[in-house]
Design a protein around this ligand. Structure first.
Ligand code: NAP
Length: 429
């Protein structure tokens, strides 16, 4: 039972896929939420663009409003589920300036304007929570921000975009090509009509920026994240990956190196027995390595109305408890000053797939080009073709700049017909 009689007033901004489910849970579970918070939790109103639009029956029409500022100004907790930059940013700043707690799922806004929002929260002594912004239902922000606060996170490898994981998984299991799978994903509602944010890696890059900021205790913005999507991954890449016992996944990678940190999103090869290799369909999973904890894995539904609403409600309960009983969540931890290194400085392994002339001495020439650029070859796999040979060379760890120079030299070599693809390898020693 509530211990305080003053209700905590909640304003929900946005009533789409996630907002509708948040409203449903707030109303259906009002008694349980009140007991957990220690005070009644009242939904004060729901801001939408168009109050006359038909909505799910769980949303009481009388709670809808198109006056966001009036709603924000009466709330103790503002839950932002509109997406986009404006008016989301302005409304969050308005709420924080009043001392209201803010819960948001808006990864793009946090990755772009996170510094400003955190500063506003600190200045007002207000809570800013965003568990749902990274990997939907999966508890990840809180574990990295709080549970691992006493450890040193060294690396994060994550599948944080369900659409691209679904596309790559279908290409792998059904042998389909990229365009056909994307069209099918759009038909099934797994991909947006304009899938650019997902397939271009931008959605994953925003999440990578947020995770890296939390893990490394410093600000990492979207502009700091190297981003390559899956649009260039071909059915041949998938077949070649299988031949070397690997699968292709779009990974968000945040890594501590001697000289600084690297944060990147790109397709990568993973050995097929790596835990992330077996993440199927639209699921998400994040693999965290920390000095004392060792390896940790987080897995679950990374999107969808109800799963995302679960994470939002968890945050609502936390900040409402502070409103009812006093206290405050953790402030932004941004004391560290590691350099965010350019992609050229990233160290990883690579698989280079190419077509070479089918004659003696070719392998020696190719090997000498790798050696000249100080990129060690770990293995060579040959596939016969007509008048040419297909090669897959897997390298030892090397800086991206050295690999780029190697590929440029290979393209200019008379024995190399074509460099078909270069994929980074993760998850192997
Ligand atoms: P959505 O279905 O497009 O819903 C957006 C809602 O916000 C709609 O109710 C819309 O009003 C309202 N809205 C948008 N722009 C507005 C504006 N300028 N003024 C007033 N109202 C506005 O979005 P969603 O999928 O629920 O996503 C919401 C947030 O959660 C985003 O930040 C997204 O990145 C994040 N998120 C979503 C998922 C997911 O699975 N969908 C998962 C994790 C995080 P109308 O209804 O009147 O149009």
């Amino acid at each position: 039972m509530p211990t305080s009689s003053a209700p905590v007033k909640i304003a929900v901004l946005g009533c789409g896929t996630v907002g509708t489910q948040v409203v449903r849970l707030l109303l259906e579970q009002a008694d349980d939420l009140a007991a957990r918070v220690g005070a009644p939790v009242d939904l004060a109103g729901v801001y939408v663009r168009d109050t006359s639009k038909p909505r799910d029956a769980v949303v009481p029409v009388g709670l809808l409003t198109s006056d966001a500022e009036a709603l924000v100004d009466q709330a103790d907790v503002v839950v932002e589920l509109m997406g986009g930059m404006e008016p989301a940013r302005a409304l969050i700043l308005r709420a924080l300036a009043r001392g209201a707690a803010v819960v948001t799922a808006n990864k793009a806004l946090l990755a772009t304007h996170g510094a400003e929002l955190h500063e506003a929260a600190d200045a007002a002594g207000a809570d800013l929570y965003y568990e749902a912004a990274v990997a939907g239902a999966i508890p990840l922000v809180r574990p990295v921000r709080e549970s691992l606060a006493g450890d040193r996170v060294t690396k994060i490898l994550g599948i944080v975009n369900g659409t691209t994981n679904y596309v790559l998984d279908e290409m792998t299991t059904k042998g389909l090509n990229y365009d056909d799978v994307v069209a099918e994903a759009q038909r099934l509602g797994y991909a947006e009509a304009d899938p650019t944010a997902d397939v271009g890696g931008h959605d994953a890059a925003a999440k990578a920026a947020i995770l890296a900021s939390l893990a490394f205790h410093q600000r990492v913005a979207l502009d700091d994240v190297y981003c390559e999507g899956i649009t260039e991954v071909t059915a041949d890449d998938i077949i070649a990956a299988k031949e070397t016992g690997r699968v292709i996944k779009l990974l968000a990678v945040a890594e501590q190196a001697d000289a600084g940190v690297t944060v990147r999103v790109h397709p990568a090869l993973l050995p097929k027995d790596h835990p992330l290799a077996n993440v199927r369909g639209a699921f998400n999973a994040v693999f965290v390595e920390a000095e004392a904890a060792g390896e940790l894995m987080f897995y679950g539904q990374g999107a969808g109305g109800a799963p995302t609403a679960s994470a939002v409600l968890g945050d609502v309960v936390s900040v409402a408890r502070h409103k009812a009983n006093g206290g405050k969540g953790p402030r932004e931890s941004n004391y560290a000053r590691h350099e965010v290194l350019p992609m050229d400085a990233a160290m990883t392994r690579y698989a280079v797939r190419m077509s070479v002339a089918d004659r003696p001495g070719v392998l020696a020439q190719v090997a000498s080009i790798f050696a000249e650029h100080e990129v060690g070859i770990e293995s060579v796999r040959q596939m016969a073709g007509r008048g040419h040979a297909g090669l897959i060379l897997s390298t030892h760890r090397a800086p991206e700049s050295a690999l780029r120079a190697t590929v440029e030299a290979l393209r200019g070599a008379d024995s190399v017909n074509d460099v078909w693809s270069v994929l980074r390898i993760e998850g192997e020693a």
